[in-house]
Design a protein around this ligand. Structure first.
Ligand code: ADP
Ligand code: ZN
Ligand code: ZN
Length: 747
């Protein structure tokens, strides 16, 4: 028999099958989906590959498969092929997500026990390293093997690298010396749930609303049919209880469940709720802090059918579950469900595909659904809407007030705290309650704003804030490339108080210490949350040591439950309004709703103060009223007028090259080809001229792009795949190209 094999390499040219002979002794074991070792080209080392097809004979002279390492199912291979086409990447890129992490037998004794260990991370971006491998700057096969291993398993230890790659630590040290890898000392917390006695909980009596939602989804479980549901419920409305009971039902039917949550919410607190209901043995948890050995164990536990409930971040959607009965995606609006690395997949798409194939329900839960999800739900576009409008434990939603910062300024208050926020903090300190101060800053770019009237410069074509480029001293639109000179006088009100906004958690902490010298504070932002210091440790400290004030960026907003937090202050709601992204208002509304949901979650009443220069902005106003529907109604009209998702997809074709003249030439050729091939669809597509990306040069590589606004139809997907294929066949060495559909970031 002959196997058709895909080589596990990132090189685009290798995204095709090669024929190999299946030796007699391996025949009983090799199936579609097997991971094998094969001789390839002239190299001495065996290459890794995946069997994607099996046939009787071949016209070619072929070599033997040398060894078999792991098996996937043919369903997984089909999914990988589907993904490769949909997300414009190699099949091997997709298969990697489905493999058992580290397939070699691991040495159980080597499990990490020390308190502090050295872990290895990539020092450069994956893209950069891939490129250096592709153009031959990194040549040693062992070095490439180690790098590829770490790409998939950041945070492993050197002994683990030795076991899983069969390479010596000397090679790791060379890579560290050459600046590809770095050592990070990490404190290891033993499994925090290992010795903890968790009280078993039993199901609660569902509220009327919960019951209606539950019954609808239960029917799909009973009848074994595919259906997508949006469980839209305000914060604390008892969505998780509904999930738990649906899972119970699924287990009764001898089927299994996958629950996806945003990585940052995979806290012991959350997992405890599942363990309390179902017991530890039934559950597999997959997250980035597991060692490779632990991940290997969890994967096997799933494969062998021991784990019945799989909880994990985005990639857990690929867990090798047999007899899947339900998929639940919590906080479905969260941007972490979209992968920004190759394959650039959206976990919700994968979940839909799997749910359809397995004929099972898919449940998307959120208090602030993604615009597209909600649009589809209310327009009968394949999603059934289920609503929970009240908090389940009868605690009331917090009182939300808006403070106009322009007014504060007019009153001579130049500090970051308004009069009212100042007084509320003072009072909270007196009562020994806790406070969260939230500095809403997303992204990378600086924007400018008039402090007198709140005016920000927006692109006239795109209605998106222009970004300040300091090196050119210009304002630019990241969507269409439109430029404007810098303003120093406000065109609206003539004021000279134009300010350039950057970050500010540190400054805020200093200000708090000055104003409230006796208050204890803890800060959570990109500086304090490092590879060493997890956000979870900071949150535990905040809770356990009863620290007065937590100061942080958006990391503080995700589903944490602090009974003693009664005050939440949003320092400047405007920063996320002015990101150069069409989702600015949506993100602002989501973040304000979520952060408000942190206040007064139990019997103490909660208070939220939102400070803003744009108090009349609809995303802030509707967040104050805590009305998603109001927000949605306004936002959807704007999206329709300006043609943004859900009314189209935004397809970013990115190019990078070391030479500026090359990238200009390549992008313009690609553009011509694109126009030529889409001639008869131009009514439905808006194709931008090739233009430099917002960050137009990274590490000496120029970055350009073409943006298509339109629906990513099957036809357009075929056209793009065909152009790409021709492109790769031309074998243009220096220029790299990626296609990303509805990316999170527009950099
Ligand atoms: P969500 O997931 O929507 O944020 P949770 O499931 O965390 O909401 O529920 C919020 C609180 O309400 C939790 O303390 C939970 O135990 C409680 N709760 C949920 N459903 C019920 C119910 N039917 N009866 C009583 N309390 C409930
Ligand atoms: Zn002004
Ligand atoms: Zn523009």
């Amino acid at each position: 028999m002959i196997a058709e094999i895909i080589i596990n390499r990132t090189a685009k040219k290798l995204n095709r099958t090669f024929d190999y002979n299946i030796p007699k002794e391996l025949e009983p074991y090799i199936i579609i989906g097997s991971k094998v070792l094969i001789p390839f080209g002239s190299q001495k080392k065996l290459e890794e590959g995946f069997v994607v097809g099996i046939k009787e004979k071949t016209e070619f002279q072929v070599k033997d498969i040398a060894k078999i390492e792991d098996n996937l199912t043919d369903k997984q291979i089909e999914l990988a092929k589907w993904m490769a086409k949909k997300y414009f990447c190699n099949i091997s890129d997709c298969i990697k997500l489905m493999q058992t992490p580290g397939t070699r037998t691991k040495n159980k004794e080597k499990r990490i026990q020390d308190k502090k260990i050295n872990t290895i991370f990539l020092k450069k971006s994956v893209e950069e390293i891939d490129f250096e491998i592709e153009c031959g700057k990194i040549k040693s096969e062992n070095q490439i093997k180690i790098i590829n291993f770490i790409k998939d398993n950041e945070g492993v230890t050197i002994p683990e690298i030795e076991i899983f790659t069969n390479c010596s630590r000397a090679i790791v040290n060379t890579l560290i010396k050459n600046g590809y890898l770095e050592v990070v000392e990490k404190k290891i917390e033993r499994d925090p749930l290992a010795n903890k006695k968790i009280e078993k909980t039993s199901k609660l009596n569902l509220t009327e609303e919960q019951k209606i939602a539950y019954n609808k989804i239960e029917q799909a479980i009973e009848n074994r049919k595919y259906e997508s549901f949006l469980l839209y419920g305000v914060t604390g409305s008892g969505k998780t209880e509904v999930y738990l009971q649906l899972i119970e039902k699924t287990l009764e039917k001898n089927r299994k469940a996958i629950v996806l949550v945003p990585e940052i919410s995979l806290t012991p607190q959350m997992i405890e709720r599942f363990i309390a209901r179902f017991g530890k043995e039934e559950i597999a948890v997959i997250h980035s802090k597991l060692s490779i050995g632990e991940r290997h164990d969890e994967w096997n536990k799933i494969k062998e059918g021991e784990a019945k409930i799989i909880i994990g971040a985005r990639s857990a959607i690929f867990a090798p579950v047999k007899d899947l009965g339900i998929i639940i995606i919590d906080e479905e609006h969260d941007s972490s469900y979209k992968s920004e690395a190759t394959p650039k997949y959206q976990a919700k798409d994968i979940a839909t595909k799997i749910a359809k194939e397995e004929e099972i329900p898919l449940v998307l839960g959120s208090a602030t659904p993604d615009m597209t999800t909600y649009y589809n739900a209310i327009n009968n576009n394949g999603i059934t809407l289920l609503k929970l409008t009240k908090r389940a434990n009868k605690s009331s939603l917090p009182k939300v007030g808006i403070i106009d910062l322009k007014q504060e300024l007019a009153n001579g208050n130049h500090s970051m705290l308004s009069q009212e926020l100042y007084q509320s903090i003072e009072e909270n300190l007196k009562n020994k309650y806790q406070t969260i101060l939230f500095l809403n800053r997303r992204g990378y770019s600086t924007f400018i704003m008039c402090r007198e009237c709140g005016y920000t410069v927006k692109c006239k074509n795109c209605n998106i804030s222009m970004t300040y480029h300091s090196y050119e001293n210009k304002l630019k639109c990241h969507y269409c490339g439109y430029e404007e000179p810098l303003v120093t006088i406000c065109p609206e009100c003539g004021s000279k108080k134009i300010r350039y906004f950057g970050t500010g958690t540190q400054k805020l902490e200093q200000e708090i210490h000055k104003e409230f010298p006796n208050a204890s504070t803890i800060r959570m932002d990109v500086d304090t949350v490092t590879k060493k210091n997890s956000h979870e440790e900071i949150l535990n400290k905040f809770r356990n040591e009863n620290i007065d004030i937590l100061i942080g960026t958006q990391m503080v907003v995700k589903g944490h439950h602090f009974p003693k937090v009664t005050l939440v202050g949003v320092i400047a709601a405007d920063s996320s309004l002015n990101i150069d992204d069409y989702r600015a208002n949506e993100r602002t509304f989501q973040i304000l709703t979520q952060v408000s949901g942190r206040a007064g979650r139990e019997n103490l009443p909660g208070k939220v103060i939102i400070q803003s220069y744009n108090p009349e902005n609809y995303s802030i106003q509707t967040a104050q009223r805590q009305s998603y529907e109001d927000f949605y109604d306004i936002e959807i009209e704007l999206r329709k007028q300006l043609k943004y998702p859900p009314f189209c997809d935004i397809i970013v074709i990115g190019f990078s090259s070391g030479k500026e003249e090359d990238i200009k030439k390549q992008t313009s050729e690609f553009y011509k080809e694109l126009l030529e091939n889409t001639k008869n669809q131009l009514n439905n597509l808006k194709i931008s001229l090739p233009a430099p990306s917002p960050i137009d040069k990274i590490q000496n590589r120029y970055r350009w792009r073409i943006i298509i606004k339109g629906n990513m139809t099957e036809e357009l997907n075929n056209i793009l795949n065909n152009i790409l294929k021709k492109w790769y066949d031309k074998n243009i060495k220096d220029t790299k190209i990626t296609i990303d559909v509805n990316p999170n970031n527009m950099i």
